[in-house]
Design a protein around this ligand. Structure first.
Ligand code: ZN
Length: 485
């Protein structure tokens, strides 16, 4: 199934997608207590009376959560609300013992932001954010696969979250994936979220509706929940677009539902219909103070803003001469971006990028190592490339040194010395070798001179063999051209 075909088939339709993302903040402690904000192995071991929701306890707001929210707002060009408030969102669920979730309702800390995405034709589109608000996470219900029982684990209760909500500006699966990738990158560059989707640190709920382009109101929407990879979100959206248009074209109606992605059967399935959804009752939380963010505070936070992905792509293209495609590959992975920046600071040649894309990524893929523990540090890679560019070693030796650094973590210069890999670049030394090759192979020389130019490679190969791969290819070629005339 593909939405390209369905939208081509029914060009009178358009798609409206809005996305809510829960960004789990990586603060040291939880939002209203001093419990560590980390994943605990045993259920209900990382809790206290506050996050476990005992009656009568008082929450104390973690300042770092507010700072992270301000950074998220600045990173998405949002308005920061001078005075925002917390609200209680009432509902009953076993993983929420106190009977309400502390969140923000009428006055969220950030409003009217935007995240730019690049479309397939290279143009830029701004996805507008309605709001970013602060809230606490609930616990987890665990349903036993063995018996008809359920258990409650409150370790996650009180984990700080930012919920970011877009306008229904997104009009395809492609745009949805780009938006999510960019938003996740921004949060990771800001250093406020691990971005780990498998652990649920970045969770997206997607609202999709379709309508005829002539319609004034949005169509009835369905929500896709609990999908933890960009690819599956894209697949689920494409399926939903086709399902909704087909249903309408067959004279049916879209019922407001929450749906899940069934990866095995590659379709969305109903989780619950919205009629069953709780009717939340909000009111201001009397236990928590107003959150006041002064202009001075915003200025101070602006100074802490790191270079964000969009700016980094622009800089790599304009200052370092990367193509947009190359810059995207580097910037999409924050660790790779840091690696590249450190290496490029020492050696500014384009070779740095080539080596990273070809050799570093190739090696890591093969060895399943991770960039942070990779023994070829950016400094060592830059050093190796300098040895290559100054003619101390040739390409062949550089590859060997690279492999050796990757295994041992030794300095490239030391490996070159140890293994005697210095390039033989002196003409005198190479001249002797080349003259010998020519003398010993008169018939090959004759064939070459008779017009079989492919035999040039034979002489180069022979010279490399006799120098044990250490001859300078440029000098060898020059000498061969001279003596084979
Ligand atoms: Zn606690």
């Amino acid at each position: 199934m593909s939405n390209i075909s369905i939208l081509q088939q029914y060009p009178e339709y358009e798609v409206n997608i809005g996305i809510e993302v829960h960004v789990q903040l990586n603060t040291k402690t939880k939002i209203f207590c001093t419990c560590a904000n980390e994943v605990a192995q045993q259920p209900n071991t990382n809790i206290c009376p506050i996050c476990a929701g005992y009656p009568g306890v008082l929450p104390v707001l973690n300042e770092q959560v507010v700072n992270s929210a301000i950074l998220a707002g600045l990173g998405t060009q949002s308005e920061i609300t001078p005075v925002s408030i917390f609200a209680r969102k009432h509902y009953f669920y076993p993983d929420l013992p106190k009977g309400y979730q502390i969140t923000q309702h009428t006055e969220p800390i950030c409003t009217e932001g935007k995240v730019n995405i690049r479309l397939e034709d290279g143009s830029t589109k701004a996805i507008r954010l309605i709001r970013i608000h602060i809230e606490e996470d609930a616990g987890k219900n665990i349903h036993s696969p063995f018996s008809n029982e359920s258990f409650v684990d409150l370790n996650r209760a009180g984990t700080p979250l930012l919920e970011t909500v877009t306008y229904p500006d997104i009009s395809s699966a492609y745009e949805a994936k780009e938006y999510l990738k960019n938003l996740r990158s921004i949060m990771m560059y800001l250093g406020i979220c691990s971005g780990n989707m498998e652990d649920g640190a970045f969770r997206a709920d997607t609202n999709i509706s379709v309508r005829k382009k002539t319609a004034k109101e949005l169509g009835t929407r369905c929500e896709l929940k609990n999908i933890n990879s960009f690819k599956f979100i894209g697949d689920a959206i494409e399926y939903e677009i086709e399902r909704q248009i087909t249903t309408l074209e067959e004279g049916g109606m879209i019922v407001q539902q929450t749906r899940l992605w069934d990866e095995k059967n590659r379709k969305t399935i109903i989780m619950r219909s919205k009629e069953e959804a709780a009717d939340y009752r909000y009111f201001p939380d009397p236990d928590l103070p107003l959150i006041e963010v002064t202009k001075a505070k915003i200025e101070q936070m602006k100074e802490q803003l790191p270079e964000l992905p969009e700016q980094k792509v622009k800089r790599l293209v304009s200052d370092n001469g990367l193509s947009l495609y190359e810059a995207d590959i580097i910037v999409n992975d924050i660790e790779l971006a840091n690696y590249y920046d450190r290496a490029a600071k020492i050696n500014s040649s384009k070779q740095v990028l080539n080596w990273i894309l070809r050799d570093v990524l190739g090696y890591l893929k093969e060895s399943k190592e991770n960039l942070l523990e990779f023994k070829v540090t950016p400094e060592k890679l830059a050093g190796l490339i300098t040895l290559l560019e100054t003619g101390k070693i040739n390409n062949h030796a550089a590859r060997e040194v690279f492999e050796e650094v990757a295994k041992t973590g030794k300095e490239p210069v030391d490996i070159v010395k140890e293994k005697g890999l210095e390039q033989i670049g002196s003409s005198e030394e190479l001249e002797i070798i080349i003259k010998a090759i020519i003398d010993e192979n008169p018939d090959v020389v004759q064939k070459y001179k008779a017009g079989n130019e492919r035999l040039f490679g034979f002489f180069v190969g022979e010279a490399m063999k006799r120098t044990k791969g250490k001859g300078s290819p440029n000098v060898i070629q020059d000498l061969l051209k001279k003596y084979l005339k």
